[in-house]
Write a protein that binds this ligand. Sequence first.
Ligand SMILES: O=C(O)C(=O)[C@@H](O)[C@@H](O)[C@H](O)CO
Length: 255
Amino acid sequence: MELPVNAFKHAIAAGRPQIGLWSSIPSNYTVEVIAGAGFDWILLDTEHSPNDLESVFSQLQAAAGYPQTSAIVRVPWSDQVILKRYLDAGVQTVLIPFVSTAEEARAAVSYTRYPPKGVRGVGGTTRATRFGRVRDYTKHVERELCVLVQVETKRGLDEIEAICAVDGVDGVFIGPADLHASLGYTGETGNPDVLPLIDDAIRRIRAAGKAPGVLTPVESLARRWLDCGALFVAVGADVGVLARGAEALAQRFKA
Ligand SMILES: O=C(O)C(=O)[C@@H](O)[C@@H](O)[C@H](O)CO
């Protein structure tokens, strides 16, 4: 059996913008609903959601039936054990939060690499190897592995070029909410003093030869950041789509 191809990784490497949806609902049912909606990727969030490895495992299986939509998992922290377990579950694209220095980026990448390049522990009969059926998995896995790190602090903004220069970092995601908080605008995601910094960060990441990413449910901002050169943009979140859609429907009859 061949190693599954990571279409998302190759698309951003080729400079083809990828449009995604954030998913925080811990359900394989809703993930399958979204996976057939037409997005290029779906982000399975384990940082700001009740998701855990077991719920994400079933969501990966649900999404696997929709090859046109790539599943990306945001781990709750840059941690050797956490990353080992999600990679063994068959995750091929990981988003790692709160990376602010090149050293932190190198550590994050090392958690995704087998020795001698890194410290990922070797498990044989995992879902990642399709239970021992993928030939020479440990030798080829890196080819289809995509590591995305989140820059979402002032220090991270200052270090963007150094972070992009780390071998094994495929993309850099700007976290608007935490970046605003780091700059003193906690609770905001559209401050006029911060938006130009995100514009500039996206341009700097692209100029450094890496894929810039971001999340915003505001269409004008999504298009603004695509124009700046963003290559993976989440244009909404499942919880937001469900909550606002349900409220709007209720209002049509209950107003
Ligand atoms: O904005 C941030 O900071 C992020 O990391 C976000 O993109 C997500 O945490 C988002 O807020 C989840 O809904």
